[in-house]
Design a protein around this ligand. Structure first.
Ligand code: ADP
Length: 459
């Protein structure tokens, strides 16, 4: 249901764009016809019914003016797809009628511009379903044939293309061949474009089916990883807890050598837990559950404070100083889990990739109705050519692999997905050896409901 709604809204957006494009094309045509008529009248010796032609030109101007006002003022976007389609058909019909009248009053089949109908038919075949194309082509052919016979039997007058060289006998001799040539070109063009279009559409549908199948498989894989990593996490966390109990002497005394070995084991277990947590986040972001995030207003200062607190011990170990500046009134429209994922990953990276004694700043400001969150460090920085790759899944820079053996290269892709799920954007500025700044744009709070941003729930 949601999918069909989405596709119909994207079709409406496409049609809306096409209507706008046709309006611009019509303005060009209007100008072209006016300039041509003016040049032909003033400089060339063609005897056309100029009053009628300039009136038709003025009519085209007026019709397009109405369409333009309707398009920009009344906002075609608000129309339903059916109404839009009717509007488009009215536009196309008026184009056909006006073109036909201009061609009729300037020599009909004698006029080389009569082949402009081929472009019209090509566009019609591209934009309309085959049934509509059939209606347009047969109607046009019917009008052509009727006019042809009406002129032939002098029921209606013929307006010669060039009255000085016009010879009624040779015109009547050649008109049949010209009519056949034009009509068959129109039919062949319509047939070719319609069949090429249907083949392309068929391929597009097949690709879409494959893509959906791939997406389903990817989701199944992510759900599986999510389940497995969850299962792994429990025993590993328990193992880490037992290590801690032994190290604290709760289970009895341990000698120094055993304590040292246990500390190493605990460190490895902690690293493994971090990796598993990243994999859980990554799989979670890709699974079905990711679509179900609900957003609330969250006090950004609380969320930053909560995450800084979480990693303060790690920062202290490296004698890293963390400063933060965020107004207490700044409220972000976000999901708390996602916000914590973003902050925790960026803060741990800043700590991980900075040397002892570094300074990290986590600041947020409100600018142009958007929240700007900065996580800045004066650590090792990133080489310019690696900068665009760091958001790729599993990518780790050469220097990072040297400094930190344990790492998945999943932190930043997770952050990027989380930011996008919150309708935000992320960019990074970095200079090798000088540090990096991750800049996140997030939508500000619009609703009344507030959440503190930490683990402890809503206010
Ligand atoms: P991981 O940290 O597990 O390697 P991430 O996806 O979090 O994976 O980061 C990808 C890469 O981006 C890192 O390997 C590192 O090279 C680089 N990077 C991320 N944050 C920083 C930072 N604050 N300073 C320098 N490099 C960084």
């Amino acid at each position: 249901m949601q999918k069909s709604l989405q596709s119909s809204s994207s079709e409406s957006a496409d049609l809306n764009r096409v209507i706008g494009w046709f309006i611009s094309l019509r303005w060009t045509a209007c100008l072209f016809v006016f300039a041509t008529l003016l040049i032909v009248r003033l400089k060339l010796n063609f005897q056309f019914p100029y009053n009628i032609l300039f009136s038709l030109n003025a009519l085209l101007f007026l019709i397009n003016l109405i369409f333009t006002v309707y398009y920009y003022r009344i906002k075609v976007q608000n129309l339903s797809r059916k109404e839009m389609s009717i509007l488009f058909n009215v536009q196309v019909c008026s184009d056909y009628i006006l073109l036909f009248l201009v061609i009729y009053f300037t020599g009909f089949l004698e006029n080389p511009f009569s082949y402009f109908f081929v472009f019209h038919i090509m566009l019609t075949s591209l934009l309309f379903p085959p049934a509509m194309v059939f209606v347009y082509v047969t109607s046009l052919l019917a009008v052509f044939i009727l006019t042809f016979f009406a002129e032939y039997f002098t029921v209606i007058p013929h307006f010669p293309f060039n009255s000085t060289t016009y010879d009624p006998v040779s015109y009547h001799e050649s008109i049949f061949m010209k009519a056949t040539g034009l009509c068959s070109t129109l039919v062949v063009s319509a047939y070719l474009i319609t069949s090429i279009k249907s083949r392309v559409e068929e391929r597009g549908k097949r690709i879409e089916v494959e893509l959906n199948r791939y997406k389903d498989l990817d989701k199944t894989k992510s759900n599986f990883i999510l389940q497995v990593t969850h299962e792994l996490r429990g025993p590993l966390a328990a193992l880490s807890g037992y290590h801690e109990m032994i190290l604290k002497g709760i289970t009895g005394g341990v000698n120094e050598k055993t304590q040292h070995t246990l500390q190493k084991a605990d460190h490895r277990a902690e690293n493994l837990l971090t990796i598993i947590d990243e994999m859980i986040d990554f799989a979670y972001m890709k699974s079905d559950k990711a679509a179900q995030y609900s957003k609330v207003g969250i006090k950004l200062r609380d969320a930053i404070g909560y995450n800084l607190e979480l990693f303060s011990a790690r920062a202290l170990q490296k004698k890293i100083h963390i400063v933060s500046n965020c107004s207490k009134d700044l409220i972000v429209w976000a999901n708390r889990d996602l916000l914590n994922i973003i902050l925790s990953n960026l803060i741990t990276n800043a700590i991980k990739y900075s040397s002892t004694g570094a300074i990290i700043a986590v600041n947020a400001t409100l600018e142009n109705e958007e929240i700007h969150l900065f996580v800045k460090d004066n650590g090792m920085g990133i080489e310019p050519e690696e900068l665009e790759k760091i958001f790729e899944e599993f990518y780790r820079t050469r220097r990072a692999r040297k400094i930190e053996r344990d790492g998945t290269g999943l932190g930043l892709p997770i952050v990027q997905r989380a930011v996008e799920s919150l309708d935000g954007k992320i960019t990074v500025y970095s200079e090798l050896g000088k540090g990096s700044t991750f800049h996140i744009f997030l939508p500000r709070h619009e609703s009344e409901s507030l959440s503190s941003g930490g683990e402890d729930g809503e206010q």
